[in-house]
Write a protein that binds this ligand. Structure first.
Ligand code: HPA
Length: 276
């Protein structure tokens, strides 16, 4: 067996010793959005540091645990806090939790993040449905390719499922929550971009910029998960606004957006589960 797969199996066994909960949908909560998990019908939580060989995040505001529970009658697993490439982890580490959630039973992955608005028409606090991505960080699939995970050269023509995007759009419409749509670009970070870098990513076709998500979406598609993603535009990217950026601002905007975000995620998950 390959090293990556053996490690995943060790993580899997650790989680399975604590719970036999089988999630249908996996959810990743970005900066400032983590509170959402505290409000669901929680059945069991597993701290990342309880799992042998599991990468643990160092970023402030990221809790670092799996929450297993129900949204309505939908069994979900929520990653409250993720690990980032800029923390010094390998890409294999960064996507390990995504692969693990698939192994635990999740067929759908809902990714969320806080991102900088690159598109001039975006405003702070907007939500953007991700319709495609540009991954400027190294691919998480570089290296050995265990057959158990997926094919060597996976197709990426529809990373973000069209049918799930349509469900999120109609959920937003019925809640009267305005929803933007666009392309997410992942840079490595941890520094925010310079004005010239923001101009560059706009020319490349990006509408929002962040430091996560794209690599996770690739790993999930590799394993055949159906993926959907929503960015909370926590700030206007450098050069779009003349204000210097800070993590505190990112956190604060995401906190403010939390009630609407909770409503949108909850309704989207209920509607998505309806077609699975
Ligand atoms: N740039 C990159 N990542 C981010 C930003 C940004 O402006 N805001 C939140 N995450």
């Amino acid at each position: 067996m390959s090293e990556i797969y053996e490690r995943l199996m060790r993580c899997y066994d650790c989680v399975r010793k604590k719970t036999d909960f089988t999630p249908k949908i996996a959810l990743v909560l970005g900066s400032g959005l983590g509170e959402f998990a505290d409000g669901i019908d929680i059945r069991v939580t597993v701290d990342y540091n309880e799992i042998e060989d599991f990468p643990v995040s160092t970023v402030l505001g990221h809790k670092g645990r799996f929450v297993f529970g129900y949204i309505g009658s939908v069994p979900v697993v929520i990653m409250q806090g993720r690990v980032h490439y800029y923390e010094g982890y390998s890409m294999e580490d960064v996507v390990l939790p995504i692969r693990l959630m698939k192994m635990l039973g999740a067929e759908v992955l809902l990714l969320t993040n806080a991102a900088g608005g690159v598109n001039y028409s975006f405003e702070c606090g907007d939500f953007m449905l991700i319709n495609d991505q540009i991954c400027m960080a190294p691919s998480p699939l570089i290296g050995e390719n265990p057959d158990e995970l997926g094919v060597r050269f996976p197709d990426m023509s529809e990373i973000y499922s069209k049918r799930l995007r349509n469900i999120v759009k109609s959920s937003a419409r019925s809640l009267d929550i305005p929803l933007r749509e666009g392309v997410y670009i992942q840079l490595t970070g941890p520094n925010y971009e310079s004005p010239s870098e923001v101009r560059m990513v706009r020319i490349l076709g990006a509408d929002a910029v962040g430091m996560s998500t794209a690599c996770e979406a690739i790993a999930a598609r590799h394993m055949g998960m159906e993926v959907v993603g929503i960015s909370c535009i926590s700030n206007l990217a450098c050069g779009v606004s003349s204000k210097p950026l800070s993590h505190a601002e990112v956190q604060e905007t995401a906190d403010k957006a939390a009630p609407k975000f909770t409503a949108l995620i909850t309704s989207s998950i209920l509607n998505i589960a309806g077609i699975l």
